[in-house]
Design a protein around this ligand. Sequence first.
Ligand code: SAH
Length: 202
Amino acid sequence: MLVEQIEARGETSASVLQAMRSVRRELFVPEEFRAYAYSDSPLPIGLGQTISQPFIVALMTQLLEPARGQRVLEIGTGSGYQAAILSTLVKEVDTIEIIPELGRSAAERLRRLDYVNVQVRIGDGYLGWPEKAPFDRIILTAAPPEIPPVLIDQLKHGGRLIAPVGVGMQDLMVVDKAKDGKTTTRSVLPVQFVPMKKAALP
Ligand code: SAH
């Protein structure tokens, strides 16, 4: 039903719709919110965090232009739902979560549901994942005040980064890194994500 509504908006490819159909969102939300798993709204996942609205997950997945051979970095694992969707479309998803409890439960859930090409790291997304860089695609699902330059550095030439950017109401931004390394940025629509946390300074 929900995927049909997303399909009706006409902006989502068949492969992304198929990915949305194949991942059972109810398995990524706490028991008490399962009844709402297929309504088009964000839901609490504990510790003050939320699983994004399905329409936004579909839109961001679409904007990422995922393809089979790619490696994708996600910042903000949360429940693992966005990572699961992406894992059906690309070669490998590496995802970073700053809240250890959330990262651990997402990793356990993804393993249990057999999303074998997702790796969860507990850490600070502002640092990216240097050992695994560069990435074909990077997606942020928590909002930084500005696009972190470190993450642009970890993007391949010819790659794309998607992020909600700003304080309070944010803009969903698409950053393209050309073959020569130059970046162009455009804003797609206003969104509201949880803010990206700064790790405590040493
Ligand atoms: N993509 C998730 C939803 C993400 S909610 C899903 O599909 O369920 C945003 C997540 O980003 C939260 O879990 C939050 O703890 C995490 N986060 C916030 N700041 C972060 C940072 N600096 N590094 C990594 N994760 C961060």
